[in-house]
Structures are given as C-alpha cells and as structure tokens.
Write a protein that binds this ligand. Structure first.
Ligand code: ATP
Length: 240
C-alpha cells in the first residue's frame, strides 16, 4: 500500500464559517507531507480531524485502508498528535510525564521501557527530565512533546506547527529529529505557516488558504512550475 492516509473532499463548518471547503490530499508511506498556509487557513482543523479529535461536516478520511469514522480506535492506536499548544502537565516532572503517556500505549513492561528510552533519546533533555515541565523553556517543552509523539514509533505522526515560536537552533534540532524518525518508518503530516523552513523538511507540500488547497507537489516542482525561488513566492503567485 502506497498511501498511508487519504483525505477526500473534507469539509468543516463552524456555525456560519466554512473553515474547510473540500480539502483532498494523500500522505504516502515514509513521507513528510506539510500543509502550509497563513493563519486561519484551516491547517489545525484538518489535522485535528485526521487525529479523530474533531468530526468533519463532510468528506472521507482513510488511514491504512480503513475508514476513520468506522475505525477511530484503530486510528488512535497508530497515529500520534502533537498539538500546537502544550496543554496541562506543567506540575509533572518531564520524566513522569513521559512515563504517564507511555503507559497508555505500552502493552507490557518491556515495551514501556522501550518507549521511555526512545523518548529520553529524542528529547535530549537528560537531567532536566527530573525538573517540572513548568520550568522548561519553549524549545525544551516542544522537544518533550515531540518525544512523546514519536516514542511509540507511530505509523503516522501528526505535528501541528512543530517549530513555531522556537529559535533557529531549536527549530533546526526539531527538524533533524523529525527527519531521523521518518527514516525509522514513521510518516509525518505536519503544518506550518513558515514556508521557507518547511521547504527543507518536507518531501511534498500542500498550499492551503481559506479552507482550500491551492497547490500540491514537491517544493522543487512547485518552484519550477511557477518559476520562482522559494515557496513563499509560489504562495504569493497562486493566491493572486
Ligand atoms: P493558525 O496558523 O492560525 O493556527 P490554521 O490554519 O490552523 O491557523 P484553523 O485553526 O484550522 O486555521 O482555523 C480555520 C478557521 O476556522 C479560522 O477562521 C478559525 O477562526 C476557525 N475556527 C477554528 N476553530 C474554531 C472553533 N472551534 N469555532 C469556530 N471557529 C473556529
């Protein structure tokens, strides 16, 4: 099976607002696929629907050949979701947070240890894991959450704005972690409004604006098609 994820004609209405107006794309096995677009484009809404955290108004999502609506548990077991904002858990020590999360996924003690060891390695936080999450910087918190999202080697990792608000070094580290884990077999669906950085990370991108996909392709392909130097310029062209 080539496609891990197939999203077809997804629509989402919030009251009077049509946030998604028929979004379609697929994520292939072992690929990093990015949804990029400005604030309010519909990225988080799309990601949350795929992660089963939000119900679509219409459309179909197929994950590993199974319909998301009919198999939400299967989807939840095989994907992980990194939210844009770090939620609660500020009073927990980093290591306790990872243990707590690992217990939801591990089937036995051995697997639990395996998940924890992988999470420690991914986070790179070492001794700071003994400190409370509330004392972490933004970059450290993001690494902890990313470690949680990747420790189970999910088939698909959904990462909402994984590097937003981080400095250059931390953003670079996060991108390297993501790249390394895709090599281990996880596919990635991520979102970003930073079109320049995503160009270096993603195999394919979808440009989204006002709930509609405007273009899909490899960054090189899109730049060539529009005869421009970067994705920001591609975006400007297609919006115009
Ligand atoms: P950002 O980059 O700012 O996170 P985004 O591309 O992720 O933006 P979404 O969060 O998916 O965009 O929002 C798409 C649209 O839907 C926006 O107009 C937003 O205001 C609206 N929206 C999102 N969630 C809700 C909600 N719970 N109720 C009403 N409107 C919502």
């Amino acid at each position: 099976m080539d496609n891990i994820l197939q999203v077809e004609n997804l629509r989402k209405v919030y009251g009077n607002l049509e946030a998604l107006k028929g979004v379609s794309f697929e994520v292939k096995k072992g690929e990093i696929f990015a949804l990029i677009g400005p604030n309010g484009a519909g990225k988080t809404t799309t990601l949350r629907i795929v992660a089963t955290l939000l119900t679509p108004s219409d459309g179909k999502v197929t994950f590993m050949g199974k319909d998301l609506r009919k198999n939400p548990d299967f989807v939840r077991e095989n994907i992980s979701y990194l939210p844009e904002e770090a939620g609660a858990y500020k009073n927990m020590k980093g290591i306790d947070y990872l243990k707590f999360m690992a217990t939801f996924y591990a089937n036995n003690q051995m697997e639990l240890e395996e998940f924890l060891n992988r999470a420690k390695e991914i986070s790179g936080l070492e001794d700071r894991l003994k400190d409370k999450v509330g004392t972490y910087s933004k970059g450290m918190t993001r690494k902890l959450l990313l470690a949680r999202a990747l420790m189970t080697k999910p088939t698909l990792a959904i990462l909402d704005e994984p590097t937003s608000g981080l400095d250059v070094i931390n953003a670079l580290e996060i991108r390297e972690i993501i790249r390394a884990y895709v090599k281990e077999g996880t596919s990635v669906l991520l979102s970003s409004h930073n079109m320049l950085e995503i160009e270096f990370l993603s195999d394919r991108v979808a440009l989204i604006d006002k709930g509609k996909i405007l273009e899909i392709g490899r960054p090189e392909e899109l730049k060539e098609k529009h005869n421009v130097k970067n994705l920001e310029e591609v975006f400007r062209r297609v919006v115009q």
